[in-house]
Ligand binder design. Structure first.
Ligand SMILES: [Fe+2]
Ligand SMILES: [Fe+2]
Length: 445
């Protein structure tokens, strides 16, 4: 599908380009910034199938192009996309009434509104490149299915843009082999119907459409959880060898600390809750352990400290929903009552006190836990300290904490990798953080 896109505002052009790329399987977009340029393009390359044009542009406004199209009886669908009132535009013929392929679209709409307006053009919906699959199914990262064995809704695999095949029926149980089959074909997602997705308000941290059936043995549960975390770690960019090494280190450290009864109890508490809290803590322990080695902070003590901090930093929070709030999603705290909000802002201190009560000898461990929600620019909590006062291990921890939080936030979508890196680069380029960022970039991108 060939589209001529005329707008002097780069942000709007970008929005329209993204929209077009989500409407057509194949789209060739020519962009320009005023009507005069557009007319030149149209004269040299008249085979365009859709024109989307702004009204007010320096160097030739939209009516200039519209008049050219009208006078030359060019039958290309024309969408005038503008923030100017229709009444305030001086059309030389009734617009859009005079031709069925003229459309008026008010600016200010979001992606969905633009998408709808473009899809409403018959030449678009009839195009062989038009994509009609989008909104019926929602994709779910395949690794998430490992932990459970029963689905409360139908599960599909995607064959192509239009075709989905049901592989698990609602209320059926499934075995790891059922999932492995698809994972081995390098599929990253399985799909559920959009209406189910909405009904179960799905996210990685909270997927009530999948359940444990009573029949799973404890050993199998453990095995499934290990696989889930392995897959999560792999999708962050760690190599299989690095995952294996991190796993060994953590098992080793756990083995040692399990001798201390009080820690063993805390660990059991964590492992009992197979939810966001456990996933977040365990994945953090993998990545922190790996990064410690890459940073050369490789003393056993340092590793033990970050791994323990990873496992226990949120131990005072029991509600996975509350634990999944981080500074970029802080507005979600409004869903909670005052007591819960207070608990949230107090949890670094509270977790610290719990660890302190264990009377174990890991100098600096409490400091990492206490600082895990501080920010390099001093906007964090509880003490609003900035990068100058945040320690080295705490800097690594805060960085990885944000990375893991963003991965969960974007449901481990590989398409978001670049965006995540950009966010990290914007926030962590000074203090001890700069070194962490540099090593991270070398190993994860
Ligand atoms: Fe956390
Ligand atoms: Fe936290």
């Amino acid at each position: 599908m060939k589209v001529l896109l005329v707008d002097d505002d780069e942000a709007i052009r970008q929005l329209v380009v993204i929209t077009l790329e989500n409407i057509f399987t194949d789209v060739d977009i020519t962009e320009c910034v005023n009507a005069k340029e557009a007319i030149c393009i149209l004269e040299s390359d008249p085979y365009q199938e859709l024109i989307i044009c702004d009204y007010q542009m320096p160097g030739g406004n939209g009516t200039l192009l519209l008049n050219h199209v009208h006078e030359n009886e060019i039958e290309i669908p024309f969408i005038l996309h503008t923030s100017t009132w229709k009444e305030d535009i001086d059309f030389s013929f009734p617009f859009p009434e005079s031709k069925p392929h003229y459309y008026f679209l008010e600016k200010g709409g979001d992606y969905l509104i633009i998408k709808q307006a473009i899809s409403d053009v018959p030449a678009v919906s009839k195009s062989k490149y038009y994509k009609d699959f989008s909104d019926d199914y929602a994709r779910i990262r395949i690794f998430y299915f490992w932990r459970f064995n029963k689905s409360l809704c139908d599960i599909y695999v995607r064959i192509n843009e239009k075709k989905y095949v049901k592989i698990i029926n609602k209320d059926d149980t499934y075995s790891p082999a059922d999932i492995e089959k698809y994972a081995n074909r390098n599929l990253e997602y399985l799909y559920i119907k959009k209406e189910d997705y909405e009904e179960f308000s799905t996210s990685i941290g909270n997927q009530p459409f999948l359940q444990y059936d009573e029949s799973i043995e404890t050993a199998e549960k453990v095995d499934r959880n290990i696989r889930l975390i392995q897959q999560m770690a792999l999708s962050t960019g760690l190599s299989p060898t690095a995952v294996k090494m991190a796993e060994d280190t953590i098992e080793d450290i756990k083995g040692e600390i399990e001798g201390i009864k009080t820690i063993k109890n805390l660990l059991d508490l964590l492992e009992d809750q197979q939810n966001y809290l456990y996933d977040h803590a365990t994945l953090m322990s993998y990545l922190c352990s790996f990064m410690c080695e890459k940073l050369g902070w490789n003393t056993r003590r340092s590793r033990e400290k970050v791994v323990l901090a990873a496992l226990f930093h949120d131990i005072s929070l029991r509600d996975p929903e509350l634990a999944s709030v981080f500074y970029r999603t802080e507005e979600r705290l409004d869903m909670f009552n005052e007591t819960q909000k207070k608990l949230y802002y107090g949890h670094p201190q509270l977790s610290c006190e719990l660890i302190h009560a264990l009377e174990i000898d890991y100098p600096g461990l409490e400091k990492i836990i206490l600082q895990h929600h501080e920010r390099p620019d001093g906007s964090g909590f509880p003490r609003k300290i900035d990068s100058k006062s945040i320690g080295t291990l705490a800097s690594l921890f805060i960085f990885i904490h944000e990375y893991v939080s963003l991965m969960f936030h974007f449901d481990f979508d590989p398409d978001k990798d670049e965006l995540i890196l950009e966010e990290l680069e914007n926030t962590y380029s000074y203090g001890h953080f700069a070194k962490v960022l540099e090593v991270f970039k070398k190993n994860f991108t």
